[in-house]
Design a protein around this ligand. Structure first.
Ligand code: URA
Ligand code: SF4
Length: 189
């Protein structure tokens, strides 16, 4: 099966998923989208209100910031792949629970396997913790405030932790921090 077919098949499975309670309150599953042949793979945390309504990742406030960050390094959204750890919106945008992550991350795992990216950008701590655990990466600290903007190499895969763009919504200082982390990404592509 080719990549397109594999990802389409997975998306159809996820759209029907009822593995955790979040399925009861979702309007749409937000599977992820973008270029499946891209070498750059972005992982967010979980869909918010706008994403839940449209079924599209990062299409709300945080998404606008992400688009600005892409612009700042001349990267086009259509040239990367974007998804999140959870595919359904937690109520009131609360943090994903451990069991939700455990149940849902199988799909993220499969997306990574099919797309096989060279660079994984972890947007925020939920994505970072998932990736550190998945690759059993031993770091002195797992705190994003210490790891952001620093490349972690794991075999052929490069991992770049950055703050979640949502942090920059009310905090321009954070925006500049994320922007400089994106500059690091620019040097890697
Ligand atoms: N925040 C995320 O982590 N993912 C989205 O898709 C939207 C906002
Ligand atoms: Fe399934 Fe993930 Fe949605 Fe839970 S969050 S219902 S595991 S797709």
């Amino acid at each position: 099966m080719n990549k397109e077919k594999e990802i389409e098949k997975l998306e159809n499975i996820v759209k029907e998923c009822k593995k955790c309670k979040l399925y009861r309150i979702r309007k749409n599953v937000v599977f992820g989208e973008g270029n499946i042949n891209s070498k750059i793979f972005f992982i967010g945390e979980s869909p918010g209100k706008n994403e839940d309504e449209k079924g599209v990742p990062f299409c709300g406030k945080a998404g606008k910031i992400l688009d600005k960050l892409f612009d700042s390094i001349n990267l086009k959204r259509k040239d990367v792949y974007i998804t999140s750890v959870l595919k359904c919106r937690p109520p009131k945008n609360r943090q994903p629970k451990k069991d939700e992550i455990e149940k849902c991350s199988y799909y993220l795992e499969k997306q990574i396997e099919i797309i096989n990216p060279e660079i994984i950008v972890c947007l925020g701590k939920v994505a970072l913790n998932y990736i550190l655990k998945k690759f059993s990466i031993d770091v002195k600290t797992t705190l994003i405030k210490n790891l952001h903007g620093k490349l972690i190499e794991f075999g052929e895969t490069k991992i770049l932790p950055v703050f979640h763009p949502a942090f920059a919504i009310y905090n321009p200082k954070k925006y500049n921090m994320i922007k400089s982390d994106f500059k690091k990404l620019k040097t890697m592509i």
